[in-house]
Design a protein around this ligand. Structure first.
Ligand code: PMP
Length: 351
């Protein structure tokens, strides 16, 4: 606490990101990064972009990237927004669409940054419990509210939401924005991006951080009706007129256009996930039906906190969430086959 802080800053409860150890010796399965490198074409494009043009400001409208995304998804450029990671887009969306006088609904449990944004903008979060199997029941997202935020698949449960449920949610709340956060959608869930033509209240947010292996570049994007995208641009331009730098723009476009590399690395992550899931189940773990690049697991005998600690001692970092609702689970990102074999060996060693 400092006397120089505004009352707002003094009141904040900032998000605590997963540990990023400097020591490379860890097998890092704690922040859902992709174990494979970014597309070589993206790296080449970024390397080429490091030239004397960096003297100049980047295009404030990120037009090359907006165009590439619009083309890929069959949308008009006016239906596409890009930002500095999907976290930034989520922050802009909370500011643009949610009225501080009304609660915003999101699942309990879910991505913990939503609560942080709500606090920042003075919005009351209303948490809607998951069912016994950790599924989202969209029929519970009703009553007086100012908007809905749901990740698909959900985090940290990894469980997807069927597209019909997304449709029902959007149709039954026509007066509020429904934000579907698709950070992990490419690992097997169904994207709602194609629905934005139909529903003016649907905003779909995606990222290059997971399936495109570019968490370090900080690029996210959103698809929605022209009025929603215009709202995001109003907020963004009141805050920071230059979103993506020249290097990020070059790398993002190349990454999006390298479909072949994306498909191959995503398929590898999915195959590894299925193998790990089967083995963990053989070992007696409960494993949720993941469609993400991580698994959410619990052992009937060994407490998750203890497993987290022993794995750490053996050089494997995973994520332990202490939540009043779900406190005996670990979230484990899917690494390479070799990394996951080390993880499984460490687990087996402790059973
Ligand atoms: N949404 C969810 C559900 C996430 O888990 C994450 C990653 N922590 C993000 C959004 C943010 O991703 P990024 O800012 O890297 O695009």
């Amino acid at each position: 606490m400092s006397k120089f802080w505004s009352p707002l800053t003094a009141s904040l409860e900032p998000y605590v990101p997963g540990e990023q150890p400097k020591d490379k010796a860890y097998i890092k399965l704690n922040t859902n990064e992709n174990p494979y490198p970014p597309s070589p074409k993206a790296i080449a494009a970024m390397t080429a972009a490091i030239n004397e043009d960096l003297r100049l400001y980047p295009d404030p409208n990120s037009e090359v990237l907006v165009q590439a995304l619009a083309k890929k998804h069959g949308l008009a450029p006016q239906q596409v927004f890009v930002g500095n990671g999907s976290d930034e887009i989520l922050a802009f969306a909370f500011a643009s669409f949610f009225d501080p006088g009304k609660p915003v609904l999101f699942p309990d449990i879910t991505y913990s940054f939503y609560k942080v944004y709500a606090k920042f903008y003075g919005i009351t979060p209303k948490l809607i419990p998951l069912d016994e199997q950790f599924n989202i029941n969209v029929d519970h997202y009703t009553g007086e509210h100012g908007g809905i935020v749901i990740p698909n698949p959900n985090a940290p449960t990894a469980i997807p939401l069927p597209l019909d449920d997304v449709r029902r949610l959007v149709e039954s709340n026509p007066e509020q924005v429904v934000l579907i956060d698709e950070a992990y959608v490419d690992f097997g869930a169904e994207s709602a991006a194609g629905l934005v033509h139909q529903y003016p209240n649907l905003l779909v947010v995606q990222t290059l951080s997971k399936s495109r292996s570019l968490a370090g570049l900080r690029v996210g994007f959103a698809f929605g009706s022209e009025e929603l995208i215009e709202g995001l641009n109003r907020t963004k331009n009141s805050f920071n007129s230059y979103t993506l730098d020249r290097v990020a723009l070059a790398g993002s476009v190349a990454a999006i256009e390298d479909h072949h590399y994306f498909a191959a690395t995503t398929a590898k992550v999915v195959a590894t996930r299925e193998r790990v899931r089967a083995r963990l189940q053989e070992l007696g773990f409960t494993v949720t039906p993941s469609k993400a690049n991580f698994v959410f697991i619990s052992h009937p005998v060994i407490p998750a906190k203890r497993l987290f600690e022993v794995l750490r001692e053996q050089g494997v970092l995973v994520r332990y969430f202490a939540s009043p609702r779900i406190d005996n689970f670990l979230r484990v990102s899917i690494g390479t086959d070799e990394e996951m074999d080390s993880f499984l060996a460490a687990i087996e060693h402790n059973l």
